[in-house]
Design a protein around this ligand. Sequence first.
Ligand code: PEP
Ligand code: MN
Length: 304
Amino acid sequence: MLEAKLATKTSPGHKTRVALSDKVIFGGKDLVIIGGPCSVESLSQMEETAISLANAPVQALRGGVYKPRTSPYAFQGLGQEGLAILAAIRQKHGIPVVTEVMSCEQVPAVVAHADMLQIGSRNMQNFELLKAVGKVKKPVLLKRGLSATLEELILAAEYILSEGNQNVILCERGIRSFDTQTRNVLDLGAVVALKQLTHLPIIVDPSHAAGKRELVADLARAAVACGADGLIIECHPEPDKSVSDARQALSLEEMVSLVASLRPIAEAVGRTIKRPASKRQLSVVTLSGHDLAGNRGQSCACGR
Ligand code: PEP
Ligand code: MN
């Protein structure tokens, strides 16, 4: 039985809305779509992504700068330099940014540069980190652990809520199983069950569940059909050159057409997806890239 007091519903209609900005709100009628690369690699990469995804539109940009990698020799993220890139993009394009925080020490810097703090699957039960993000005000995207039960996920959220931060969004991103055709098993039953158990918004990450780009769109549509409040999807200007999680990255064009394909499904389940605003004329700035060639294509921590 759940010991959670704050995360559970008090009535069937109890639903919390979590605002990422005054326009981007999780848990309302509008679905929130987050897109972007697994890792922040350069300013030009993030800028090209922000400009292309404005055509979808996506409502927030993702990009990891502190990366949980299975191998200590794999690319670990740009760190502070990556945070500065995210802050520059957010400032210039007015789009909220989401990035992972892996330790208590990183919390102040991530709070200063990002709009939402991601707690990755591998840290879902890092209780000190949960308490630390519970003490800040920014929204927290809490990803389900690789083998976590829903009770464990809800109690992890309870750690954050009980410290005072009420802005928690849950994320189903696939769980470990025996089959190797998909990277993880996307547990859509969990989405339906969580909606009955908790008032917190629930989004789905089909990218880390699928592990293969050709599976992502259908899983994203299924997630919307079963009532997810939003999606977080990995995409990249040159997917095959992604420094991490290349195999599951969509191209920016694929991301834009995926969002368009979600509209009739959203409508069928009583939800809406924002229409693109009139085309913005933005120029891509060219700034120094980073030599990450040796790391390209590797899987994010998530190597099996
Ligand atoms: C990620 O979002 O790139 C990531 C590492 O996700 P997860 O924690 O779900 O594996
Ligand atoms: Mn990733």
